[in-house]
Design a protein around this ligand. Structure first.
Ligand SMILES: [Zn+2]
Length: 168
């Protein structure tokens, strides 16, 4: 039986996250209050948990006649505001696309995605290529660690867009 991945227009760039709990921990709002409204006018307020989300996805899968199989993924975006989603069925609309916490999704992509590199140049014209490394302590908008020239130790002055290491 074909897997939905075979028909995925983003098959080349999608990054699967095998660990559902790890994936769900990146959803914005985990640990916060959430109110759900029902069609009959009642509502329920609860604290969003990782388990809530996973249970809900599995329920959706079973409602679609599945066995609770879920594919969690990241669709990397050049803007770094990556889309995240969970596919629970074979129909095109059988997926959720929750809002991800930007920094957590970035870290997850870094863990499971292809290793990325950038070419750098310092003000003295030295050139080097380095793997993209994330840093929790950086002020950089990209959340990447600052690059320093291996020859003169000056800060990278020009940096290329990130590209997959294998395409070097
Ligand atoms: Zn240099």
């Amino acid at each position: 039986m074909a897997h939905w991945h075979d028909f995925n227009p983003w098959a080349d760039v999608i990054v699967y996250v095998p660990d559902l709990e790890e994936f769900a921990s990146c959803i914005e709002g985990i640990g916060r209050l959430c109110t759900r409204l029902y069609p009959d006018g009642t509502s329920e307020t609860f604290i969003q948990t990782i388990e809530h989300h996973i249970e809900n996805w599995k329920l959706c899968s079973r409602n679609r006649g599945g066995k609770g199989h879920l594919d969690a993924y990241i669709l990397p975006q050049p803007s770094r505001l990556h889309d995240i989603g969970v596919r629970y069925g074979r129909k095109p609309e059988d997926y959720f696309s929750p809002m991800g916490n930007r920094a957590k999704v970035e870290a997850l992509l870094h863990k499971y995605g292809p290793k990325m590199v950038r070419d750098h140049e310092c003000p003295n014209g030295h050139k080097w290529t380095a793997e993209v490394v994330l840093s929790e302590h950086t002020q950089n908008l990209s959340s990447e660690a600052t690059q320093w020239c291996p020859k003169c130790n000056r800060r990278a002055f020009i940096s290329s867009p990130a590209r997959a290491k294998s395409h070097a």
